[in-house]
Design a protein around this ligand. Structure first.
Ligand code: H2B
Length: 102
C-alpha cells in the first residue's frame, strides 16, 4: 500500500501536538522515552500498544529496559514520517498517560 511522506509544513503541527516527541537527527522518525513505575506498568503499556500496532498494521521500533521504554516511529513504506506515525503517536500518548508514564 502506498503511503505519502509528510512535508515539512505537515510535520510542524505534528511536533507541536505531540510535545513529548523529538524529531530524530535524520528527520525520518520521531522519538520518545517513557518511564513507568515498574516493569509491570511498562510491559502492560507495551502490550496494549503492540496489540493496537498489529491491528492497524503499523509497528513501532522500540526497546525496553525494566521501567523504561524507548520508541521511534517511522514509516518504512515511505522512508520517513507519514500520517500513520501521527496516529500512532496519538495512541501512544493516550496509553502512556493512562499508564501513568513520565
Ligand atoms: N510498520 C511501520 N512502522 N512502517 C511500515 O511501513 C509498515 C509497518 N508497513 N508495518 C507494514 C507493516 C507493511 O510491511 C505490511 C506488509 O503491511
Amino acid at each position: 500500500m502506498s503511503v505519502t511522506r509528510l512535508s515539512d509544513t505537515e510535520l510542524k503541527p505534528l511536533l507541536e501536538r505531540h510535545a513529548a516527541w523529538r524529531l530524530r537527527g535524520d528527520g525520518k522518525a520521531i522519538e520518545r522515552t517513557l518511564k513507568f513505575a515498574d516493569f509491570n506498568a511498562a510491559f502492560g503499556f507495551i502490550t496494549r500498544v503492540a496489540l493496537h500496532a498489529d491491528k492497524v498494521d503499523h509497528h513501532p521500533e522500540w526497546s525496553n529496559v525494566y521501567n523504561t521504554v524507548k520508541i521511534a516511529l517511522t514509516t518504512h513504506d515511505c522512508g520517513g514520517l507519514s500520517g500513520r506515525d501521527a496516529d500512532m503517536a496519538q495512541f501512544i500518548d493516550t496509553a502512556a498517560t493512562a499508564a501513568g508514564a513520565d
